[in-house]
Design a protein around this ligand. Structure first.
Ligand code: DQA
Length: 147
């Protein structure tokens, strides 16, 4: 098994139309395509899921260890609010979770975005590189999984 799960949380289904000055014009489907191509070039397979529901994100994390070897997660605003999401990530250790944000959350005007509940339980964080963050995360996941 050599599979990576890409999970996207609330409002990321609106990428391409949503606050394009901050998040750019690529749609989530565009980003998933880029990530899938990068994964294929590294001999890995990805599965992608977006949900606006915190409960569904947590359920998918709980189920992940039996099917995936790494997870790439953009939790959207839940990053800044959800202790439950952090606990779910901690609960599936040592499965590596790579935190991704399109924007540089530390450079955003709203200070509530400067804190992430999930970073301490993630393998690492990639933020500020737009859609490229997901392909960088695929590379990191592949490296963490190894052969
Ligand atoms: C985001 C940053 C979050 O603060 C925000 O709530 C999002 C997107 C990003 O990808 O930059 O929905 O996770």
């Amino acid at each position: 098994m050599n599979k990576i799960l890409i999970l996207n949380g609330p409002n990321l289904n609106l990428l391409g139309k949503r606050e394009t000055g901050v998040y750019g014009t690529a749609t989530l489907a565009d980003i998933e395509d880029m990530a899938r191509k990068r994964a294929a070039s590294l001999g890995r397979e990805i599965e992608c899921l977006q949900t606006n529901s915190e409960g569904t994100l947590i359920d998918r994390l709980h189920e992940a260890p039996s099917r995936f070897q790494a997870i790439i997660l953009n939790a959207g605003a839940l990053t800044h609010t959800s202790a439950a999401l952090r606990d779910a990530i901690a609960a599936i250790a040592p499965l590596p979770v790579i935190e991704v944000h399109l924007s540089n959350i530390y450079a955003r005007a709203e200070t509530f975005r400067h804190h992430s509940f999930i970073t301490p339980v993630c393998a690492g964080q990639i933020c500020g590189f737009g859609p490229m963050g997901y392909t960088l995360a695929v590379e990191a996941a592949a490296a963490l999984i190894g052969k």
